[in-house]
Ligand binder design. Structure first.
Ligand code: ATP
Length: 362
């Protein structure tokens, strides 16, 4: 069952269209990530669902009911907004109890529910602290407990982890995911952080200029981006200008990417000019004179210009043809041994890893 439906929702600010004829639905219990660059309309979409911003056009349904006329507090929605700070003059318990009191829950029920929520976010015993006596991560957990306390049908999270430092952000991300899974509340999380979007969402919507550029599972979004915009926004890529040279018997297509340099793709087919993309982790590096058994693999001869060991990953930059560069990311230090700057190498990648997009920036 779809717990949330947006139908042809449009929001304009003067002549500027922040959300443009947006339709989407979310199944009960699922986590949907809205990902996109700054200003693409993510927060506006969330505010429309919450009832803080009214759309000029379109319908918002929660559990089948058109909520267009309902005030934010009349919608059964929990909020954790980036700027939705805790009430500083209230204790942790009072903060978590706030929504319950507003909804007129009984004096017997409230403390029980508050305890349960604080236990859920692992803040047992912190009931009487004030927000200023807590770390950023703890405050954000209180805000999550407050958002979940009323048992909302949908919970909306706007950049829930952005105020935290990198390490804490990662820890809380895992914790947040576990909490969302355990309570099973339908969730929409807005973020401009691709890792966060991919790791939290059952599905991800990539937005661009108020519209949906692509909706899919995290793996689909990464592995089969709908267009160049999505491929560029999610993950790292090497780009080549190509021009189709003909189909091979196995159905793949050859593209000329430089003088005497061709690469093959068995993914999308395109005639004429195209833009080709290869993810850096799909590129293997071998010595220039190494024999490559599989003649179907793409090879680009080049010279290593930089090797950056970044902990778990090693980034190797290879210069090929007329000063073009590509990046290969190897996972294991040993696979990059011997490839110091100046080494002649071949970059090897499979035709199945070459994505093909139209020539113009779509
Ligand atoms: P960010 O990641 O930076 O928060 P976002 O994708 O959430 O970006 P929105 O906050 O939804 O983007 O804003 C979408 C566009 O609408 C932006 O260009 C913004 O400047 C504009 N906008 C948002 N609110 C208003 C407003 N009240 N008046 C005029 N323009 C607005």
């Amino acid at each position: 069952m779809n717990i949330l439906e947006l139908e042809h929702v449009t929001k304009k600010y003067g002549a500027f269209t922040a959300v443009d004829d947006l339709s989407l639905s979310v199944e009960e219990g699922k986590v949907l990530s809205l990902l996109g660059p700054s200003g693409c309309g993510k927060t506006t979409t969330l505010r429309i669902i919450a009832g803080f911003t009214s759309p000029g056009d379109g319908i918002v349904r929660i559990a089948g009911e058109n909520v267009g006329q309902l005030k934010p507090y009349e919608r059964n929605v929990g909020l954790l907004f980036q700027d939705y700070a805790l009430f500083p003059h209230m204790t942790v318990a009072q903060n978590v109890a706030y929504g319950l009191r507003r909804r007129g829950r009984s004096a017997g029920e409230i403390p029980v529910r508050v305890k349960k929520m604080l236990s859920l976010v692992q803040l047992n015993g912190m009931d009487d602290r004030y927000p200023t006596q807590m770390s950023g991560g703890q405050q954000q957990r209180v805000a999550l407990a407050r958002a979940l306390a009323t048992d909302p049908q949908i919970i909306l999270l706007d950049e829930p982890l952005s105020a935290l430092d990198a390490k804490l952000r990662l820890e809380l991300r895992v914790e947040l995911k576990e909490i969302l899974r355990s309570v099973g509340t339908t969730t929409i999380v807005v973020t401009h952080d691709q890792e966060e979007a991919l790791s939290l969402g059952d599905e991800v919507i990539v937005m661009r200029a108020g519209k949906i550029a692509q909706r899919g599972t995290p793996i689909e979004i990464y592995d089969a981006p709908a267009d160049r915009f999505v491929a560029e926004f999610v993950g790292r890529s090497n780009w080549f200008n190509g021009s189709a040279r003909g189909r091979l018997q196995d159905g793949s297509t050859n593209y000329l990417i430089g003088q005497g340099l061709e690469i093959r793709s068995s993914r999308q087919r395109r005639d004429g000019d195209a833009i080709l993309c290869v993810r850096p982790e799909n590129i293997e590096i071998v010595a220039a004179d190494a024999a490559v058994k599989d003649s179907g693999l793409n090879r680009i001869p080049g010279t290593v210009v930089d090797v950056a060991p970044l902990g778990a990953d090693i980034h190797v930059v290879i210069e090929y043809a007329d000063k073009s560069r590509l990046l290969a990311i190897r996972k294991n230090a040993r696979t990059a041994v011997g490839f110091e700057p100046g080494t002649l190498v071949q970059a090897i990648f499979a035709p199945g890893d070459v994505l093909v997009f139209p020539n113009q920036h779509s």
